[in-house]
Design a protein around this ligand. Structure first.
Ligand code: TYM
Length: 332
């Protein structure tokens, strides 16, 4: 029986951070053994907000290094760069005719980006979710492993796929956002001001490229308070976030010990942060070192990029053939 198809993407706009890693990449690594996986570095997406492309090549190489160091395997998955697959652009064009200005303007990520870049509200930014839909539908993917912030984009992809199937022919399966846990992940910024992101406060975002001391420094500066005053009091979200990170990198017994200390109000956040910092250093160090080595191995990177492009194009062109046929765009 053919395996289900998985697709996900990541923008090459900066170093990989813990939000990317735990929200998405960790699942990608695990999915490689169970599914037919496509993972894409979405360089076209980055142009909507980062028009200066002089550093793009370096960013793409670094991101590939980090993804491979995190456990993506080019022998198990198709790992490729979006702009190597012109078929995506053609599907984007068709899907744009099925997307409405009103629904695009209402997308929360569009509103956020308008707030962040008021001087550059370009059409690509508005139709960014349509490009994302093309990324997913070009491989007729069913599962889309993403963090919580991308949920609505996947929902919009589903709507566009349904619209296409209804108007033309049943070409696309309907895709869903996926996470191995019960719900999609959202890692908060360490200063407690929203999600951890590439564009937010650098000192509140932990990157896989941070050195040991910087990791310690960032975690020790994370927002806390004077601690719980009554038993059974729920954790504020910035404290829960530290526990979430701890669950991801620390030993089960250690997490349990701090959970009990929180419950009986004896917790000392300084101790929690010291423990978390050391476990985080242990977790990040091997990935950082491996990523640096891969980033400098241009022969290997070239091989990964070329093989990925070939495999992704081959599958994408099959979908495009079905799409053109369904749309009666065949004249000979
Ligand atoms: P991007 O590049 O912003 O993020 C890549 C992945 O990381 C997840 N993520 C987070 N998860 C939890 N907590 C956080 N703080 C956090 N920050 C980021 C994102 O949810 C995402 O899964 N538009 C997408 C890229 C994209 C894509 C696609 C994704 C383009 N085409 C097709 C899936 C399928 C984006 O900007 O992700």
């Amino acid at each position: 029986m053919p395996k289900e198809i998985v697709l996900s993407g990541i923008r090459p706009t900066g170093f990989l951070h813990l939000g990317n890693y735990f929200g998405a990449v960790k699942n990608w690594v695990r999915m490689q053994d169970e599914y037919d996986c496509y993972f894409c570095v979405v360089d076209w997406h980055s142009l909507t907000t980062h028009p200066d492309t002089r550093e793009l090549r370096g960013h793409v190489h670094r991101l590939l290094g980090e993804l491979l160091a995190s456990g993506l395997d080019e022998n198990k998955s198709v790992i490729y760069i979006q702009s190597d697959i012109p078929e995506i652009a053609e599907l984007y064009l068709y899907l744009n005719m099925l997307a409405y200005k009103g629904e695009l303007e209402k997308t929360p990520t569009f509103k956020d980006k308008v707030r962040q870049h008021p001087q550059n509200v370009n059409a690509g930014l508005l139709t960014n979710p349509v490009l994302q839909a093309a990324d997913i539908l070009i491989h007729r993917a069913v599962k889309v492993p993403v963090g919580k912030d991308q949920e609505q984009h996947v929902e919009m992809t589903r709507n566009l796929a349904e619209r296409f199937n209804y108007r033309y022919d049943a070409v696309f399966p309907l895709p869903y956002a996926f996470n191995y846990g019960e719900s999609l992940t959202k890692i908060l910024s360490l200063d407690g001001t929203g999600k951890m992101s590439k564009s937010a406060n650098e000192m509140a975002t932990i990157y896989l490229n941070d050195n040991d001391d910087l990791i310690r420094k960032k975690i020790m500066k994370a927002k806390t308070d004077s601690g719980p005053t009554e038993q059974g009091i729920p954790k504020p979200d910035y404290i829960q976030n530290l526990f979430t990170l701890m669950q991801l990198v620390s030993h089960y017994d250690i997490v349990a010990q701090f959970e009990t200390a929180y419950e009986n109000c004896s917790i000392r956040y300084g101790d929690l942060k010291k423990q978390l910092a050391e476990d985080m250093v242990e977790f990040i160090k091997p990935i950082r070192e491996k990523a640096a080595a891969i980033e400098n191995d241009k022969t290997y990177l070239t091989k990964v990029i070329k093989t990925g492009a070939e495999k992704a194009r081959s599958n994408a062109s099959k979908t495009l053939e079905l799409v053109r046929k369904a749309m009666h765009l065949n004249y000979v």
